[in-house]
Ligand binder design. Structure first.
Ligand code: ADP
Ligand code: MG
Length: 454
């Protein structure tokens, strides 16, 4: 066994843990941790605050110990130690624009853009599913503040929105522009503390003095009127002075209904681009890029296996690749298909069974609305039948991820543009109509319950 470096072990453990815990809990408790040392068979993990240390200790230590022990091949304990934030690591590397280097203080607390060096426009793999978003990002990066302002990127989690924001950030910094990347949570926290500390002017100046403002996860502003108000003013100022704004959101713009109307209408000035899960070929291309960036030769069969099984997010896709590579590396075994099956075992089966069949979706929709399956796919347009049909199309797209054409032939040989229209209409209606949202949630829960049981 080669000598084990605590940092690598912890990174491998994180790769594993990311697949075992929910995404919010990973982001809240594990993301900002770092492997420090190994003392007396105990892994010492640096965490950002005593609160996180306590929580991990109470709620996750046995899961973490098991995970590390599997990697080190011996019983290994864990201890959490509070360390300064931003310990060195690729995730927290910061980039300064040339302008900031020249004049670090201009009477405002300008921060350098914190950009992940791996998230560049060059390392982003383009396919049909993210083409428009990528084109928008390129346009913005080359002609900041004119064509598409704001650029609004939306789509499910783990599909590359943050990657594109950072990519635009890098390109802007390289052009000497002042660029600020913030999550909406951070924007909110800074706003609140600026009020508490009576520093609202500084807050305003900071945000109004950038050339490119990249705001991530705007959905966090839901229901926070005061923040939206402040965001709106900042937004208007920047927009009026032709500064570029790029916004990412976990949901389609039409679903942002609780956001203030005027804020929303501003979102629609520029370009809205939707990102979907990449198709199989693009997933494969992404894996190839990731594998070569970590410098590991991964056999084609393994890339095929992973790209066929991980359908819900690019993050999961990457997580699976990392897991296979870490497993091979740490057990000093050759990376082959068999090893991939062994290291991904449980994930392969669970992921698979969680995608319902089209028949199951149609069954559940027709029994919920009490509309016979044959009528569901017929041409009848009564209100109730049309609604059930729309919901079926929506769920086939969302849960089964069927291509529009296939949905069309399944639903009584309808044209794919008709299907797209039904899908996007349901998406819109769902954001505006709480009853419809509830109906969809109930059907979805029923489908998921059946899948769990099977
Ligand atoms: P989101 O912000 O949409 O939740 P991220 O931008 O964090 O998703 O992406 C999750 C992971 O997937 C990142 O590591 C990112 O680099 C990777 N990723 C997503 N899409 C692509 C792509 N098209 N090409 C390369 N990597 C991608
Ligand atoms: Mg993101």
């Amino acid at each position: 066994m080669k000598p084990l470096n605590p940092r690598q072990i912890w990174e491998a453990a994180l790769g594993n843990l990311e697949l075992q815990v929910s995404r919010p809990s990973y982001a809240t408790w594990l993301k900002d941790t770092v492997g420090l040392t190994i003392e007396d068979n105990r892994m010492v993990v640096g965490v950002p605050s005593p609160f996180v240390a306590q929580w991990l200790e109470r709620r996750m230590s046995s899961l973490i110990e098991n995970t590390i022990s599997q990697i080190t091949n011996q019983t290994t304990g864990v201890e959490f130690r509070v360390v300064q934030r931003h310990s060195p690591g690729p995730q927290s590397e910061s980039v300064r624009s040339p302008q900031e280097q020249r004049s670090p203080h201009q009477g405002n607390p300008a921060e350098p853009a914190k950009l992940n060096p791996r998230y560049t426009l060059e390392s982003f793999v383009v396919g049909e599913s993210n083409q428009l978003a990528y084109a928008g990002a390129l346009a913005v990066a080359s002609k900041t503040g004119s064509a598409y302002n704001p650029l609004f990127l939306y789509g499910g989690v783990g599909l590359g929105k943050t990657h594109l924001l950072h990519g635009i950030g890098h390109a802007s910094v390289n052009k000497g522009l002042r660029c600020l990347y913030v999550s909406s949570e951070q924007f909110t926290n800074e706003f609140i503390s600026s009020i508490q500390m009576k520093k609202t002017n500084e807050f305003r100046d900071k945000y109004r003095s950038v050339d490119v403002l990249l705001i991530d996860d705007i959905q966090f502003l839901r229901g926070k009127e005061a923040i939206q108000e402040s965001f709106f003013h900042t937004f208007n100022d920047l927009h009026n002075s032709n500064h570029q704004i790029v916004i990412a959101c976990d949901r389609p713009s039409a679903e942002l209904s609780p956001l203030e109307d005027r804020l929303r209408s501003r979102f629609q000035w520029g370009l809205s681009a939707d990102i979907q899960m990449p198709d199989r070929e693009t997933r494969r291309a992404i894996l190839e890029v990731k594998a070569s960036s970590i410098g590991v030769g991964v056999p084609d069969a393994v890339l095929d296996l992973i790209s066929e099984h991980f359908l819900s997010s690019v993050r999961d896709l990457e997580g699976a690749l990392n897991r296979v590579c870490a497993y091979a590396d740490l057990t000093s075994q050759p990376l082959c298909l068999d090893l991939a099956y062994r290291s991904l075992g449980d994930l392969l089966t669970t992921k698979k069974s969680l995608v319902p069949t089209p028949e199951l979706v149609i069954d559940q929709v027709s029994s919920f609305y009490n509309v016979d399956k044959r009528i569901l796919i017929s041409k009848r347009r009564d209100r109730k039948i049309a609604l059930a049909r729309q919901v079926a199309i929506y769920l086939l797209r969302e849960l089964v991820q069927m291509p529009l054409k296939e949905i069309g032939s399944l639903m009584g040989n309808r044209d794919h543009t008709t299907i797209r229209h039904a899908w996007s209409k349901t998406l819109l209606d769902r954001g505006r109509d709480a009853d419809l949202a509830t109906q969809i949630a109930i059907i979805r829960a029923a489908i998921e319950a059946l899948l769990q049981d099977s």
